[in-house]
Design a protein around this ligand. Structure first.
Ligand SMILES: [Zn+2]
Length: 212
């Protein structure tokens, strides 16, 4: 049983937007199913307690690292800022690492505040565990789902892909994506994963015809 590692559910408070970029999705409907894609639109906030104020929310802002060299040893931190009082904190990424132990390209990325490296660092589960922080994905992701053609032949098969590890509860994602109530979604969905357990792994489901 997974307990503490289980991602928290963030799906209910997110505005889902529907992009038209899959307007050619018809061509790919078939065995693989209609593609739905979960992707981040920004960086999640960090749920951590501020030492200076009652806030429990911090941001990486545009994303900055600090690198400090001490002889042949390096410290690398990710800087985060309290959303309420602006206090900046440093979260260790590497502590007293030998220069040789770090890939030069990685070190360049830290010096350049490479946005992809900021995201990769923040989304690395061991990093969050080490600092006792949870990620708050509200407003930082979206679902790209071509409109389901509810007049088409049933059942409809959908394949959900995660471009980023945003924990979502399948039943809520499906209900939003199909614009159905959660109860109706549960009645009409056949799915190979638990509908209520938040996941960051791709899954497929089949939507059965509405009861007539
Ligand atoms: Zn604060």
């Amino acid at each position: 049983m997974r307990t503490e590692d289980e991602p928290r559910d963030h799906a209910c408070s997110v505005d889902l937007t529907f992009s038209s970029e899959h307007s050619q999705a018809d061509a790919s409907v078939g065995f693989a199913g209609l593609p739905w894609i979960v992707r981040r639109t920004g960086l999640p906030l960090l749920s951590v307690r501020c030492v200076d104020c009652p806030s429990r929310s911090a941001t990486t802002g545009k994303g900055r690292f600090r690198v400090n060299a001490n002889g042949k040893l390096l410290d690398v931190w990710l800087l985060v800022r309290c959303v309420s009082c602006d206090r900046t904190s440093k979260l260790a990424v590497h502590e007293r690492a030998t220069v040789r132990s770090l890939d030069p390209a990685l070190l360049d990325g830290y010096h350049a505040n490479d946005p992809e490296l900021v995201a990769a660092t923040l989304l690395d589960p061991p990093f969050a565990r080490r600092h006792g922080l949870a990620l708050d994905w509200r407003g930082a992701w979206r679902l790209d789902a071509p409109p389901a053609r509810l007049d088409e032949a049933w059942p409809v098969r959908v394949a959900v892909e995660f471009q980023d590890p945003v924990p979502v509860r399948p039943d809520r994602l499906i209900a939003h994506g199909l614009r159905l109530s959660r109860n109706e979604a549960r009645r009409r969905i056949k799915c190979d994963v638990s509908l209520r357990r938040p996941t960051t792994a791709g899954f497929t489901f089949v939507v059965m015809a509405p009861a007539s």
